[in-house]
Design a binder for this molecule. Structure first.
Ligand code: NAP
Length: 344
């Protein structure tokens, strides 16, 4: 019988943390001891797991003792504090924050794209930003056969990408607007209900915001293409779950839209939904709760002889976050690379 795997989930009360628990259950992950960890605010709360609920504990110095994997979904500063402690306790950390992604000693892994990188870790493996994951899952199969020389990506990102407070704010604004009542603007710099905000993260001197820079740098790292030309505009939209991306790529050689469609139909983790005449294309409402990266509107770019345009949609909490991390753990287990205890 395969041995049971002890898991600590840090951030278990959050949107991604709760999705970790759901996915572990759905995929029949061989969970042994399961520890749900969060801040002191959550001590004693319960979170759903399987048919029941498990208690949440405030994270402490000994919280990761005996854990095989630490699945971490907290803010960058909290991860910087706890991920090294979890790794030193012997757990393999799979971290969903932005704290470790660009650290040269930390692999940044999407199992469908760069699985071998996962084995080069020293205790911490990073999961990319949600908008990066769906982009590389859809583009890597093309890049492998016909190298991409340039990517332009414009995103339409759901509020759940910001965390639970943003989902509550969108719902509260929607309710208040319907009733004609006053509402708060707190999480974002502007009202998000009935609006579109071309601003995710903080702005740099070059005019790009941090989410755009993450898309550029993370995509280059995962595709092992440090000089690839990439530009992004990231936009927050009043959608609860599911990020969408309008993507234009330039290829080394010309390719037809039909060839790209065939490649993507055979690609792991990708579902092609592409019948525009029947109004069939990926939608966030359809992608929410699903595991695939959906691709449609695949067409030859009329502005470039080697160009392809497409529309990519995925559930940011699942493939964009928790599912990708659980797949990393499954990948290590499948290749017999179970965590070795007491690192460092
Ligand atoms: N949402 C997405 O689509 C997505 C996708 C990819 C990556 N991420 C990243 O994943 C991380 C979590 O995102 P989220 O959307 O799940 O956020 P969230 O819903 O706001 O949840 C945040 C979690 O962090 C915990 N936490 C906060 N301060 C803590 C502390 N001092 N010590 C221990 N735990 C603490 C919270 O616990 P309490 O309830 O006790 O406060 C909660 O469990 C972020 O780094 C985010 O950038 C999110």
């Amino acid at each position: 019988m395969p041995r049971k795997i002890n898991i600590a989930v840090l951030g278990a009360t959050g949107l991604v943390g709760r999705t970790f628990l759901r996915i572990l259950e759905e995929r029949h992950f061989p969970v042994g001891e399961l520890r749900a960890l969060a801040s002191e605010r959550s001590e004693g709360k319960l979170v759903p797991f399987g048919a029941g609920e498990i208690p949440v504990h405030a994270v402490r110095e000994d919280s990761f003792d005996g854990a095989d994997f630490a699945l971490i979904a907290v803010d960058d500063s909290v991860s910087r504090e706890w991920a090294p402690k979890a790794a030193r306790a012997g757990a393999v950390v799979v971290d969903k924050s932005g704290a470790w992604r660009m650290d040269p000693s930390v692999p940044l892994v999407v199992p469908e794209v760069n699985p071998d990188d996962a084995f080069e870790h020293d205790g911490i493996i990073a999961g990319p930003n949600c908008s990066t994951i769906q982009l590389v899952v859809a583009l890597a199969p093309i890049h492998r056969v016909n190298p991409i020389t340039r990517i332009i990506v414009d995103s339409y990102q759901a509020v759940s990408g910001t965390g639970s407070a943003a989902v509550e704010e969108l719902k509260a604004q929607n309710r208040a607007i319907v009733k004609g009542e006053h509402y708060e603007i707190d999480v974002y710099p502007h009202q998000i209900a009935l609006n579109v905000l071309p601003h995710i993260g903080s702005f740099s001197d070059n005019g790009y915001c941090s989410e755009e820079i993450k898309l550029v740098n993370e995509t280059r790292k995962i595709l092992h293409s440090p000089d690839m030309a990439i530009s992004a505009t990231t936009v927050r939209v009043p959608v609860e779950v599911g990020h969408s991306e309008a993507v234009h790529i330039e290829l080394t050689h010309p390719m037809t839209a039909a060839e790209v469609r065939d490649l993507l139909r055979a690609a792991p983790g990708v579902a092609v939904v592409d019948d525009p005449s029947g109004s069939q294309y990926p939608l966030p409402l359809d992608a929410a709760g699903r595991d695939e990266v959906f691709v449609g509107r695949i067409r030859n770019d009329i502005s470039h002889p080697h160009g392809i345009a497409m529309w990519i949609v995925s559930d940011n909490l699942r493939k964009g976050a928790a599912l990708n991390a659980v797949q990393v753990a499954e990948l290590l287990m499948a290749r017999g690379a179970l965590p070795s205890k007491q690192r460092g």
